[in-house]
Design a protein around this ligand. Structure first.
Ligand SMILES: NCCCNCCCCCC(O)(O)C(F)(F)F
Ligand SMILES: [Zn+2]
Length: 344
């Protein structure tokens, strides 16, 4: 399996995120992608290629141009105020407040974000842009038929980012951008299967009223888990998209037996939908030793579900999302991919 990977991911290297009332080192760190890349090499998964550059147009097919312009210029605006620390939002337009875009960078950050754990730094835009190009390159290789399965080693991740919203360590929704690129290239139906521990609220929101993209997500129950405010089981899509959004909220402590049952149901729904392409938002924070997550998958379970994905027999693009047990992340991610390859 071919891997698409950009070294530019390392330009996203936040100093701190707000955890339990303190500013602590970011869980979403460059070492995550380095260790995945090293494991891809170690097992000989396949060639590793840099992304092509598709420009901003495919990004703006998903994200509002004003949001993209904000992300591209946010660090400069922040630095122009004389501050050198990471740019973190600290106030948001919640209930009773108006959604009018302010001018001050601090207000703009709150306008365009939903959490205080996603630092904008000098290199954030370039890293996020390269991450989107990484997913787009994978999508193109699938669309042209050059590859049947590709691993887009994206960092920063993307599934929490919505049309004009960043958060949850995400700025541009790599999987959504790739899905839209495939639709624009002639695909009639694309399925996105999100196996990250956290609900892909951004991906859901982007395609919620559309039948041409089926979104399915297994995740920590929003009653007890980030992102809290989306991902409930009754969210089934809206309008023409009714029935094309499937959430599987699962409780803390969920292990592979229960997780696998939900996963099998999701796989059957993907098969019934018969998409032209399957995208997998691959987060491995479902692992039992993940420091911020509460499921209990073992490393071998990742190979098991990778094989099940292969048995769907679909052109498949794996898009890297989360996973914070860093010393084990390479093994868990590549287990999915080798499990897939061996069952193809
Ligand atoms: N006390 C821990 C607070 C953690 N709060 C933020 C969690 C973000 C999860 C990001 C992710 O893993 O879903 C992604 F795939 F996007 F990277
Ligand atoms: Zn996650």
């Amino acid at each position: 399996m071919l891997t698409v990977y950009s070294e530019d991911h390392a330009l996203q290297d936040g100093k701190a995120e707000l955890i339990d009332g303190q500013l602590l080192p970011c869980f979403e760190m460059p070492r995550r992608a380095f260790l995945i890349r090293d494991r891809v090499r170690e097992v000989g998964l396949g060639e590793i290629v840099p992304p092509e550059d598709f420009g901003r147009a495919p990004i703006e097919r998903v994200h509002d141009p004003d949001f993209v312009a904000f992300l591209a210029g946010a660090w400069d605006e922040w630095a122009a105020t004389g501050r050198t620390c990471d740019a973190l939002p600290w106030t948001w337009p919640m209930r009773t407040l108006r959604q009018i875009r302010p001018r001050r960078i601090d207000g703009l950050m709150g306008y365009y974000s939903f959490d205080a754990g996603t630092p904008i730094t000098a290199g954030t835009w370039r890293a996020a842009y390269a991450s989107a190009q990484t997913a787009l390159t994978g999508a193109r290789l699938i669309a042209t038929g050059e590859q049947r399965a590709v691993f887009a080693l994206c960092r920063p991740p993307g599934h929490h980012a919505a049309a004009d919203l960043y958060g949850g360590y995400c700025f541009l929704n790599n999987a959504a951008i790739a899905a839209q690129f495939l639709i624009d290239g002639g695909a009639e139906r694309v399925a996105i299967l999100d196996v990250d521990y956290h609900h892909g609220n951004g991906t859901q929101a982007i395609f919620y009223d559309r039948p041409d993209v089926l979104f399915l997500s297994l995740h920590g129950d929003p009653a007890q888990e980030f992102p809290y405010y989306l991902g409930w089981g009754d969210e089934r899509g809206a309008g023409a998209g009714e029935g094309f959004n499937v959430n599987y909220p699962l409780p803390w402590g969920t292990g592979f037996p229960a997780w696998g049952e939900a996963f099998e149901d999701a796989c059957r729904k993907v098969a019934a939908y018969a998409p032209d392409v399957l995208l997998v938002s691959l987060g491995v924070d479902t692992y039992k030793d993940d420091p911020i997550s509460k499921f209990r998958l073992e490393s071998e379970d990742f190979a098991t579900y990778g094989a099940r994905i292969a048995r769907l027999g679909l052109p498949t693009l794996f898009v890297m999302e989360g996973g914070y047990a860093v010393e084990q992340i390479g093994i868990n991610v590549v287990n999915v991919l080798t499990g897939f390859e061996e069952a193809r």
